[in-house]
Design a protein around this ligand. Sequence first.
Ligand SMILES: [Zn+2]
Length: 450
Amino acid sequence: MSRVLIRNVSVLVVPEQGECRVDEAQDIHVQDDRIVAITPTGGLAAPGAPGTREPLFEVIDGDGLLAVPGLVNSHTHSPMVMMRGAAEDLAIEDWFNRRIWPMEVNLTAERVRVGARLACAEMLLGGVTTFVDHYFHADQIAAAAIESGIRADLAPTFFSSAGQDAIDAAFEMTRDLSTRHPRITASLGPHATYTVTDEDLRRTADRADGRRIHLHAAETVDQTRASVEKHGVTPIQVLERTGVLEAGALIAHGCGIREEDLPILQRYADRTTVASCPKVYLKLAMGEVTPIKGLRSAGVDVGVGTDGAAVHNTLDVWEAIRMVALTQKQREHDAEWMTLSDTLRLATRGSAAAAGLTDQIGVLEPGRQADIALVDLSAPHNQPIHDPRAALVYSVRASDVVTVLVAGQVVVRDRQLTTMDLTEVLAEAKDLAHTLVDLSQGGAVQHYAP
Ligand SMILES: [Zn+2]
């Protein structure tokens, strides 16, 4: 049995509704993978928690630090860190057709493994304790996640153009990954409504067997318009008629979700979530951002993600959280919408739901997984602090994270990874990066024409 006591720390409290707050001078008691108690510092020891005669595994001094639920990256393609900065100043068509899909011809298990290790290192050092991934060679990503100590939901990804054997192999890998490690869950990963046929989406829903389907849909207003012109239905209606919503879906982006889609999504709100990654929408000039206000009124949970670093350039979820607050205020022309509390709730409870881990992560309270980031707000860019919640949304940096626990294990201590040799991770990535962005082979894994 392992025990960790985080002593004398401030704790971010995120209620289901109403204002978030920070409780000062708290002790967080962790036993094995869970939080067992949060008590005022200097108070009586919690029942069954340290303070009794049993030896402690580790005491972490939380003085001057703020404990927040470990962040969740609710939609990403982690190995794409290998393409960071290799597809800039392009519209979405050229980004896919001239760069990303031609580059992905170069994907190998080894290159994915190296990219995923770099991604896990970046995320853990920035306080991200769970990522929801959607990519190829997902077994390699699972290995990197297990090694690094991070938690992950992995969706082995496929296009219809890859053929039935490849699709069956992706289904098989989802099944296999589901049983590999307590920190790993798996979803089904059709790429998108415009790259996977209705027939294959139906097969995916039929094979779901209680697992979620993670895919891109209604990414832009243009995609929705094209879908209506070609098929007479919106992408969300495609998800309904193929059984994807019935099975349970994590929809990436949804910027093209229309008013008429909201009642449909509302019917499946108990099993449907949407991930919003607004830096990508701004950078690719996609026109609209996720209609979070409409989705929340329909009871649909929304999480925050980065998408892949080939467009987001970082896997910094703090940056994504800030972008959500800014773009939502702008979208609604309402500075009183997406308040500090709304934003923090989206980033914690919303993202936990998007990860399929409601009640497991996303909140610091007894019974939940001990996924905790300790943040140091003493740097000049955060000082002085009139409202620590404002610091978390608008001024904190990933490098302000000092200590990170996942499932009760200290994976970052004093800004250093405890699980991987960062120098080696960086050297491997640097060695292989050029092989991934080489366009000399020709060809592409897919063509973007929604
Ligand atoms: Zn994506």
